[in-house]
Design a protein around this ligand. Sequence first.
Ligand SMILES: Cc1ncc(COP(=O)(O)O)c(C=O)c1O
Length: 374
Amino acid sequence: MEIYLDNAATTKVFPSIKEKLPIWLDDFFANPNSLYPPAQKAKQEIEKARLYLSEILNVQPENIVFTSGATESNNTILKGFMEKTDRKEILISPIEHKSVLNPAKYLAKKGYKITYLKVNKNGLIDLEDLKQKLSKNVALAAVIYANNETGVIQDVKSIKKLLNEFDVPLFSDTAQAVFKTEVPFEYMDFFCGSGHKFNALRGIGFFVKKRDIEPLIHGGGQEEGFRSGTQNTAGILSIHEAGRIWTENQKEYHTHLKNLQSIFEKNLKEKIPEIKIVSENVERLPNISLVIFPKVDAQSMVVALGQRGIYVSSGSACSSGTPTPSHVLLSYGYSPEEALRAVRFSFGVENTEEEILQAVDTVVDIFKTLYEFV
Ligand SMILES: Cc1ncc(COP(=O)(O)O)c(C=O)c1O
């Protein structure tokens, strides 16, 4: 038995994409930038995908730029916008994904001022703090829309209202949110998406820019000069196909995910009442539950669950052999010790209620065994 509950890390490709992929590779093999008929056919498919996406995201098609994913998109937005403005300060939430935090650190080395915003215990941006930090020196504010560890959704409407007073654009990393929930894109000047987070292929993504930026990658001038390099036609078509499936089934998928999340949290709480579900009572994505277990560390849980065929993640990073607590939970005000006990369960549209119940039983079983040894 295998139950995949790590859909915030990556999703399984939709079956229709697997079926169509060999056909796309044959039919649209040509370089879309060439001038003969097969190339133009590929180009037309790319433009159809861009147009479809622009209607769903409610933006101009020419403002969508296809990239290799959200990491590239986020780097391009941050570095590319800062090159176009005279203002030198970036306001940034401390709960961003590393693909936003690290380009910001890079910009700090280049002389830009990076100011971190405060978040409260529920993971929401402190609006009073934001208000105080705003000035006419601020070029850009980066606030992730839905956090990848906790699923917490920010009040971008209120944030944007404050930013407007100083004409500061809002960059919101929407990599986890696109298609999983209704996103108010109208408040965002820059945002991004990544195919593999919504059942399309990996290595394809996009960003939307409503203000001018300098490209990160210079070359042959593809994507209107904003992202050079021969386009990944099959990847772009997979985004079109996955986007269509999510959009056509939006209501059903959102209800299904919400239902799985509720069943998971309710049943787990009944069996282990001492758990803490992070930001349980604030608006969250329907597919992420971050659980802090008593006493037992997350790494042990994740490894033991993996051995029993249940695949989940911990919020902590482990590149050196010693786990480091998640910067997101530390920013929320959790202690390092609590943060190291946080396990992320993230659901996908193909998960079933039976799988969730089975996963809960296994989690409880493993938790009890581990708990006895600590
Ligand atoms: C919020 C967020 N931003 C950016 C990324 C990076 O996405 P990609 O894998 O497409 O580079 C991720 C993926 O982990 C994410 O969750």
